[in-house]
Design a protein around this ligand. Structure first.
Ligand SMILES: Nc1ncnc2c1ncn2[C@@H]1O[C@H](COP(=O)(O)OP(=O)(O)O)[C@@H](O)[C@H]1O
Ligand SMILES: [Mg+2]
Length: 259
């Protein structure tokens, strides 16, 4: 475990990869005004796998987008490491996204004319960065696509394509990876391949992952679950199992009906 390793070597105490403090996001104005995030305060520990759950419209995607610098925040603070996103100019934000953040979408967003390996290294190529060969080999070894790296997306299953997308997000060795319902378009077996890879990227490669999901089984791959409702953090759970996540979801439903 990376946290133990760093503690043992005394190099760096377990720390926070990203943090929202009183984060507020408002869309529209007047009658169309929507408070998508309402003073959200949450930390994402370095070397940890966090799941975000909550009903549709509760602000999960907005939280991912604001933390990843894809969407401007309306109030409060969003930090990646020590960097405050709201203080950055467009060009600085683009650079931060390239260097420190990986993003995985529900739709795989691979380029059809490139093979798997070319897709994985594309963001580095665009940024003019040379891939760290050793790191790349680690990712490719962990992703379990040996023998498929020269295949194009159309020659891969959905689960394989999404694993390529996760490998692409990891290729630049980002500070943090945000994944918004990465298994939403996959059957349960393909989903398990992707979740296993995400978990291994945290446990074996020391990466930090934040993942939105609706699925208690998917959430159980994480170290921790943060629950959102109506743009607010309502609860969290450590070392989740499908059962403990389901129990917690039922509790919210019951509270929702009585309040
Ligand atoms: N670009 C946008 N413009 C206006 N309202 C938006 C926009 N994106 C999200 N919203 C609203 O913000 C709220 C939270 O949305 P979202 O973060 O997508 O929820 P979730 O991902 O949990 O389903 C919803 O009420 C949604 O309609
Ligand atoms: Mg969403």
């Amino acid at each position: 475990m990376p946290q133990h390793a760093t503690a043992a070597t005394g190099l760096r105490a377990p720390s926070v990869a990203a943090r929202a403090t009183g984060l507020t996001k408002v869309y529209g104005e007047g009658e169309t005004r929507v408070i998508a995030l309402d003073t959200v305060t949450v930390e994402f520990g370095r070397g940890r796998f966090t799941a975000i759950m909550g009903p549709s419209g509760s602000g999960k995607s907005t939280l991912m987008h604001c933390m990843a610098g894809l969407d401007a925040i309306s109030g409060g603070s969003a930090r990646i490491g020590d960097t405050e996103l709201s203080g950055l100019k467009d060009r600085q934000l683009t650079r931060l996204r390239r260097e420190k953040i990986g993003f995985v979408f529900q739709s795989f967003n691979l380029l059809p004319t490139l093979d798997a390996l070319e897709n994985i290294t594309l963001p580095l190529d665009i940024a003019g960065r040379k891939p760290d060969q050793e790191w790349l080999e680690l990712i490719v070894g962990t992703v379990g696509l040996a023998g498929r790296l020269r295949h194009r997306p159309s020659q891969l299953s959905g689960g394989q394509q999404q694993r390529v997308a996760v490998a692409r997000a990891l290729a630049g060795r980002p500070e943090i990876v945000f994944a918004d319902e990465p298994t939403g378009n996959l059957d349960s077996r393909s989903g398990a391949e992707v979740l296993g890879f995400l978990r291994d990227s945290v446990r074996e490669l020391g990466q930090t992952v934040v993942m939105v999901t609706h699925d208690p089984v998917a959430a159980s791959y994480a170290d921790r679950v943060v629950f959102l409702a109506d743009g607010r953090v309502t609860d969290e759970l450590s070392d989740p199992t499908p059962e403990t996540v389901l129990d917690r979801m039922r509790l919210f439903d019951a509270q929702g009906r009585t309040s």
